[in-house]
Unconditional design. Structure first.
Length: 613
């Protein structure tokens, strides 16, 4: 029988071997990462050449964003290097810069839209890209789209092309917009879990899944109005681009079946009959079309072209001279959380620090706050808004540019700006407030677990295992009601409206940017550049630079990220493409992100749950 000392020795050796193994793994990652960087620097060509008469291939892969999230170095190491897998992020500013440069580049004759890997991008951002494509076409250059399949968002962008081609085995899937969700009341009742909900706003439906088994009539009404407004924008734009009737886009099931029968059941033939596309081309047939248009590439295997990512590296420039006067741009993207958050998220402390940096920078004469957020913590939202007020007190104009959405907390941080721009399809408003406490006293009692004790006050004994007394519930509800009054009072004061009027358009209801302009919630419809121009005008600047003010990575963080991102290209494919591992990590990440969204110290949230269409 083993003695105690031998057991302890084995345990110690096991721990030591584990720690030592991890140490070696980390050092090896660093070593091979450095080697990879050296190899890349020695073997990579000095520059990317653009052949005369080339086509720019806009092969957008991933999600279009206003600000990239900070890349986790381990996540970067897990991925398969430079391959486009559709999971990355692309800066909207980079896309617009590439198209703008290509429009004036005499080496570029055409643009090809390759959108098969474009995912999850809001219509407002696609409209911005579409506007840039229109400017490109205005120079006399041609745009063609080619795809094996077009989803609804991909097709919206493809409709801006002069010609749209589809694979003969492909399809165009235009299904319209919908809002469905899961409801848990019956499940919570069976589990004896009590969801204590506190809210103000007829249309503040974020908590409905916990107190109902279906969508309320008020929520259905508001959602349907919103969806119809968004769909009208989509359909009108696509119909105008394609020269077709907007009613011929989202077909009823009977009409769809009739059109499909006319095409002998072939989706691609149906798309051609409906004039959604101009021609059916296989990959090689499209290659030959482009060879005729722009000529063969130097290697003779394809047509002369340069893709988005290579052209971006060619066109990225850094100004040699910098003007003293600047318009600072600060991006507030994602859920509003407390404390310091990494790039690509909004933190009450970290975003406030960026605003404070702009305020104390004498070269920054005006600020544009780009808001792309459904809201979040009420406390963090007010923390950020206080810094907006401080910028105004420093006599620096601050303009808000709303992206895909700026609702609830996103609208709270926008309301005090000197001027607010939205796009026609921005989701905004959602002026309401809610809180929720889930308690488990009944479910625990059903398995024989009980909570009991004494305290100097009811608050001292507060616990999710104990339940909420009617008095405590009344106190929380009173706080929520006070928060709602604060919200509508803020909007009434900043937008010069009566309290009753704001209350009538608030109630948690979400509006499109077009409707928000009619209601007075925003000042104008426009893009980020419109906001920059307005900021410069209000600051009386004739010549100025723009500067994106963001948290800078430390030299150590930047080194680690670049090192591991490079090293990932040289990892074995079996490791880099571990789909099971990536799936597990993704699932855990989504759960963690969801819980992180609920971190308000007072349990009070300004959040738009209907902002993800």
């Amino acid at each position: 029988m083993p003695t105690k000392p031998s057991i302890f020795k084995r345990m110690f050796l096991l721990i030591w071997n584990t720690v030592n193994g991890l140490r070696k793994l980390f050092l090896n990652l660093i070593f091979f990462g450095v080697i990879a960087i050296i190899i890349v620097s020695l073997t990579t060509d000095d520059g990317v050449e653009v052949e005369d008469g080339s086509a720019l291939v806009l092969n957008l892969s991933g999600v279009i964003v206003d600000q990239k999230r900070q890349v986790d170095p381990i996540e970067a190491a897990m991925k398969s290097g430079n391959e486009a897998d559709g999971s990355g992020e692309i800066l909207l500013a980079d896309v617009l810069t590439v198209i703008e440069n290509a429009a004036t580049d005499t080496r570029i004759n055409q643009m090809v839209l390759d959108l098969g890997m474009l995912h999850g991008t809001g219509i407002s951002k696609l409209q911005s890209i579409g506007n840039a494509i229109e400017s490109f076409k205005a120079t006399g250059k041609t745009v063609v789209a080619n795809g094996n399949w077009y989803g609804q968002n991909q097709y919206f962008l493809a409709s801006f092309a002069d010609k749209v081609y589809l694979n003969p085995q492909g399809s165009v899937e235009i299904e319209g917009l919908a809002r469905y969700r899961l409801y848990f009341k019956s499940a919570l009742d069976k589990l004896k879990i009590n969801a204590h909900v506190f809210r103000v706003g007829t249309f503040k439906s974020a908590v409905e899944p916990f107190i109902r088994d279906d969508m309320s009539d008020a929520a259905k009404e508001a959602n349907l109005v919103l969806l119809n407004d968004l769909w009208q924008s989509y359909a009108d734009t696509v119909a105008a681009n394609r020269g077709i009737d907007s009613n011929n886009l989202s077909l009823s099931a009977d009409n769809y079946l009739a059109e499909l029968d006319k095409a002998n059941g072939k989706s691609a033939e149906m798309a051609l009959n409906m004039k959604w596309v101009d021609g059916l081309k296989t990959t090689d047939e499209f290659r030959l079309v482009m060879v005729d248009a722009v000529g063969k590439s130097a290697d003779g295997d394809s047509y002369k072209h340069i893709d988005f990512y290579d052209y971006l590296s060619v066109t990225q420039t850094h100004p040699i001279l910098s003007l003293n006067d600047k318009v600072g741009i600060i991006v507030a993207k994602g859920n509003i959380l407390n404390g310091s958050q990494p790039a690509g998220q909004i933190g009450g402390k970290s975003t406030s620090e960026l605003l404070r940096q702009a305020r104390f920078d004498d070269s920054v004469k005006a600020v544009v706050l780009r808001v792309d957020s459904p809201g979040g913590s009420a406390f963090a939202s007010e923390e950020i808004r206080q810094e907006v007020l401080a910028i105004k007190a420093a006599n620096k104009p601050i303009i808000v540019s709303m992206g895909s959405y700026a609702a609830s907390g996103g609208y709270w941080i926008s309301a005090s700006a000197d001027y607010i721009y939205a796009t026609p399809t921005t989701l905004t408003g959602s002026i309401g407030i809610f809180g929720m406490v889930t308690t488990f006293e009944d479910s625990l009692a059903s398995i024989g677990v009980h909570t009991d004790g004494v305290g100097t006050s009811e608050w001292a004994g507060f616990s999710v295992t104990k339940g909420l007394s009617p008095q405590i519930q009344a106190i929380i509800q009173r706080h929520i009601e006070r928060g709602y009054q604060d919200f509508i009072s803020l909007v009434a004061s900043e937008r010069d409206m009566s309290l009753d009027y704001v209350d009538s358009i608030a109630q948690g209801r979400v509006w499109t940017g077009r409707k928000a302009l009619e209601l007075g919630l925003v000042d104008g419809l426009g893009e980020l550049q419109d906001a920059v121009t307005k900021a410069a005008q209000m600051a009386k600047l004739e010549q100025y630079d723009t500067e994106v003010i963001e948290r800078e990575l430390s030299p150590q963080e930047q080194f680690i990220q670049e090192m591991l991102a490079s090293a990932s290209s040289y990892m074995p494919q079996s490791f880099a493409q571990s789909s099971v591992l990536e799936t597990v990590l993704s699932q855990w990440s989504s759960v963690i992100d969801e819980f992180k969204s609920f971190d308000d110290p007072n349990g009070v949230y300004l959040y738009c749950d209907t902002c993800n269409y």
